[in-house]
Design a protein around this ligand. Structure first.
Ligand SMILES: Cc1cc2nc3c(=O)[nH]c(=O)nc-3n(C[C@H](O)[C@H](O)[C@H](O)COP(=O)(O)OP(=O)(O)OC[C@H]3O[C@@H](n4cnc5c(N)ncnc54)[C@H](O)[C@@H]3O)c2cc1C
Length: 380
């Protein structure tokens, strides 16, 4: 369904106002406390729901609003103008839920779409990050379900998630595509043990956890997707998630550049505005071009992903690689333009610098994107 220009403009305006007036003022405290209070998180989710943003990336078949690509692009552009824990509360939901069975649609999908229950993914382990074929967590068949044993690390918000989708090995002898299965482990499961929290550089208020699965029983009705196809289940949302990473890095970089433009026009050195010094003009110009290039790449990847095109995978890799690396370059230049002030916590530049870095690692590192792109262009 096509939206009119006016409808798109109104969506942008509503989302923008919510992000700038309600969310941006919360950022500094959440970062300083390294905490987004549960009550505030829940309130923001419901406010996002009321605005029609929550689950904006979901099709009608999953209980989403089935927005046209143009509307999704506007939401991506606007919601990424706030910090990581707050973006997370706005309900970009995992498309792997398309694998939910009829019972799971009721017990898992419905509360996740309603924003009353939270979900996360646990793939990474000590010996398996980029290389998921090395996953050691084992799921053994028992009567009525499976018993999971192993441990996971760097898992987003595992401590607060109601559902943790765990990727575990069900057939160690099989190749990657048939070796793994996805299981929904519920927070109250007694086999979920030893939840730890990492201290980290950025994304403060958004927790990364480690945990163990100690003979953890998962009933058959909590297996997500076909047994042995866990890798394919997880990969079903990888393009969308990579596009989202690209948009998130772009959002931070855009905010940094906007601050730099104002500062360069205001601050004076050697009798002139910073903006009159050519060295700084060049930094601003480089930022401008890189921001534009990243915008085009993420938009193209979003369009192809949304249309389910074959080229979406490579487009998403290109967009993720370029936008996340661009984000680091742009924020670094902005810090330079601000001089000492950029390094101080009074301004959000140092937070942008800390936050933007993670995108080159999560959702497939830059090197993994380069590998995919290289394989693609060499095989053509
Ligand atoms: C902020 C953040 C949030 C995260 N959230 C989650 C989450 O919710 N769930 C989850 O499961 N995981 C999560 N992760 C983990 C993340 O997915 C992994 O850290 C990432 O996939 C890299 O794995 P690794 O850390 O084991 O690094 P490794 O795979 O050990 O890689 C180390 C380095 O070697 C490079 N490398 C590895 N193999 C090759 C190769 N063949 N060629 C070239 N270079 C190579 C990598 O690119 C990297 O630079 C998160 C990580 C971060 C930082």
């Amino acid at each position: 369904m096509q939206w009119s220009v006016d409808e798109i403009a109104m969506l942008r305006e509503t989302t923008r106002r919510f992000v700038r007036e309600r969310l941006q003022p919360l950022e500094a405290k959440i970062d300083a406390d390294d905490a987004l209070p549960v009550v505030l998180d829940a309130a923001i989710r419901q406010e996002a729901k009321a605005l029609g943003i929550y689950g904006f990336n979901f099709p009608l078949s999953l209980g989403g609003p089935d927005l046209p690509t143009e509307a999704k692009a506007v939401i991506y552009e606007e919601i990424t103008q706030t910090s990581m824990p707050l973006v997370e509360a706005l309900g970009h939901l995992p498309l792997t839920l398309a694998y939910c069975s009829t019972t799971q649609r009721e017990s898992i999908l419905a509360p996740v779409v309603a924003g009353t229950k939270l979900i996360t993914y646990a793939l990474t382990e000590a010996a398996a990050g980029s290389d998921l074929s090395a996953i050691q967590t084992r799921a053994t068949r028992v009567e009525g379900g499976w018993r999971l044993t192993g441990s996971k690390q760097f898992i987003s918000n595992a401590e607060t998630a109601d559902f943790i989708v765990v990727l575990a090995c069900t057939d160690p002898t099989a190749k990657l595509k048939n070796k793994l299965t996805t299981f929904v482990v519920r927070q109250e499961n007694p086999g979920l043990k030893g939840m730890t929290r990492y201290k980290k550089m950025g994304w403060r208020g958004y927790q990364l956890n480690g945990f163990s699965l100690d003979d953890c029983f998962v009933p058959d009705e909590d297996v997500l997707g076909p047994v042995g196809e866990g890798f394919l289940v997880m990969m079903s949302c990888i393009n969308t998630d990579r596009v989202f990473s690209g948009y998130r890095a772009l959002g931070i970089a855009k905010r940094a550049q906007a601050l730099a433009l104002d500062y360069a026009k205001d601050r004076r050195a050697f009798g002139a505005r910073l903006a009159d010094h050519q060295a700084l003009q060049f930094m601003l110009a480089d930022n401008d071009v890189e921001l534009k290039a990243a915008s085009l790449l993420v938009k193209e990847a979003l369009v192809l992903t949304d249309q389910g095109m074959h080229d979406a995978r490579i487009a998403a890799s290109r967009a993720k690689l370029y936008a996340t690396e661009m984000g680091c370059r742009v924020v670094d230049r902005v810090m330079q333009i601000f001089g000492g002030m950029g390094y101080m916590t009074e301004l959000p530049i140092e937070r942008f610098y800390r936050d933007v870095r993670a995108f080159r690692i999560g959702e497939g590192t830059s090197e993994m994107q380069r590998l995919q792109i290289a394989r693609h262009i060499l095989s053509e």
